[in-house]
Unconditional design. Structure first.
Length: 460
């Protein structure tokens, strides 16, 4: 009768969150009185999803720093210490002895250090394109974080408005219960006075109607508790913390209907999904170019220093001889490193291009779908606004109708059926009125989500 099924639908998802473990707190109980904006701010501060999103930003930032580091020199150092055979210059002068036997007793020790410094000069985009991809990847992760914040805000609004709707429905049902109690007393009085207007059947009707109203009241109370539990869980409050929404009534803050064309333009400008796609396309394009750079060589400048010393081993100063255990030399050279393969680089390029093509398809879908989402929210706002206006007139007329029917009944010129019918329509229309307010507020919340309105402007 009072569309309680819609109330249960609104708070049904709250059951999923109501079982979540709350954070531990102090034994003393605390009560927080928060408005909608305060609830959203608290939810954003405690949301683990935003912590995960921030970790993704830090991860991508580390990839950017790693890509930047490839621009700087890289140094390789190798040091060795171990045994080496002793050697005398007499063994190669005036002639080289080719029959000198190896003897363990003639072993000595040696130490060496080799240093190689390479400075990239030109990589054909391997470094710059990866840096570009990482920068755009950071923006993608930031947009994902904002999208998650918008989703959390929408979820909080659903629970907050669901709680207020359940409270308003309770007020309507309490009013109907009062009518039933007063009506029952009136009928009993008429029966006691043996008035022709008194009929025991009316008592049965009142009891039946009261039972139905009581069932709806139980459902509304359940909806209130579930919505409040879900809101509390979403805010990350502990068991010792209670929350009370500061709004006591379900109202419409503003009935201004945004212009559809301007709203779609705004959605394209600030919706985080669009920013994700834009930045993601640039990141993927850069990765394709970085993969293509694998076809080309790396040009670098290299510097080398090698030193080795061995005890009981003569140093030979001759450019035709190089002694691994006793030497000192170094130099600078221009280098070229080119990795050639048979299809591996081409496969990498094809894989990155496929990811780019997929993202372009997603962008085309978003450009077609998001305006529809905006249009849907606007139509729902208009529909809910009409329901609010028409139901307001209807329940006020039904109340007047009930007052006239009751007066006629008192004068003996009316019947109880008119009273029951008037009270029934009054309850339905008043409940529909608050349902319409709830639907209007949720439609506006969906519109704000559709255009990417940041939930807490001051914290953007």
């Amino acid at each position: 009768m009072l569309r309680i099924d819609k109330i249960l639908t609104i708070v049904f998802s709250a059951c999923l969150l109501s079982a979540l473990p709350a954070f531990a707190g102090s034994p003393a109980r605390t009560t927080l009185v928060l408005d909608l904006q305060g609830c959203i701010s608290a939810a954003l501060q405690s949301a683990p999803e935003l912590g995960e999103a921030q970790a993704d930003i830090q991860l991508t930032s580390s990839k950017l720093e790693q890509a930047k580091a490839h621009r700087y020199p890289q140094i390789e150092v190798m040091s060795l210490f171990g045994p080496a055979p002793s050697a005398r210059r007499e063994d190669i002068a005036p002639v080289v002895k080719t029959d000198k036997a190896f003897s363990i007793r003639e072993l000595t020790w040696f130490a060496s250090t080799d240093v190689l410094v390479t400075q990239p000069l030109w990589t054909f985009g391997k470094i710059s394109e990866n840096m570009k991809a990482a920068r755009h990847g950071i923006e993608v992760d930031k947009a994902k974080k904002q999208q998650k914040a918008n989703e959390i805000a929408l979820e909080v609004k659903k629970y907050y408005y669901g709680y207020l709707l359940a409270k308003e429905i309770q007020n309507v049902l309490s009013e109907l219960q009062l009518y039933m109690t007063q009506g029952k007393q009136k009928v009993k009085q008429l029966i006691a006075q043996e008035s022709p207007a008194g009929d025991e059947m009316d008592l049965f009707k009142i009891d039946a109607y009261s039972g139905e109203v009581n069932n709806y009241m139980d459902a509304a109370l359940k909806g209130e508790r579930l919505a409040l539990a879900a809101l509390k869980a979403r805010l990350g409050l502990g068991e010792n913390v209670d929350i009370i929404p500061s709004d006591s009534q379900l109202t419409i803050e503003s009935r201004e209907m945004p212009d559809r064309a301007a709203t779609v333009v705004k959605a394209r400008e600030q919706r985080p999904e669009f920013r994700q796609l834009s930045e993601g396309l640039q990141a993927r394009t850069a990765l394709v170019e970085a993969a293509k750079a694998g076809y080309y060589p790396d040009v670098f400048l290299a510097g080398m220093l090698s030193w080795a010393y061995a005890d009981d081993r003569d140093r030979i100063k001759n450019p035709y001889f190089s002694d691994r255990f006793q030497h000192t030399y170094g130099g600078v050279a221009l280098g070229l490193k080119w990795h050639l393969d048979f299809g591996i680089t081409a496969s990498k390029v094809a894989a990155e291009q496929a990811q780019l093509n997929r993202l372009e398809s997603t962008k085309n879908y978003a450009e077609a779908f998001i305006p529809v989402q905006v249009q849907k929210a606007l139509l729902e706002m208009k529909e809910a606004e009409n329901v609010v206006s028409s139901s307001f007139i209807a329940y006020r007329s039904a109340k007047k109708w009930g007052a006239v029917a009751l007066a006629n009944f008192d004068f003996g010129i009316g019947n109880s059926r008119d009273i029951f019918e008037a009270v029934s329509i009054y309850g339905k229309m008043k409940a529909a009125h608050y349902q319409g307010i709830h639907d209007f507020n949720m439609a506006r919340a969906n519109l704000e989500y559709a255009i990417g309105e940041y939930p807490v402007p001051s914290a953007k």
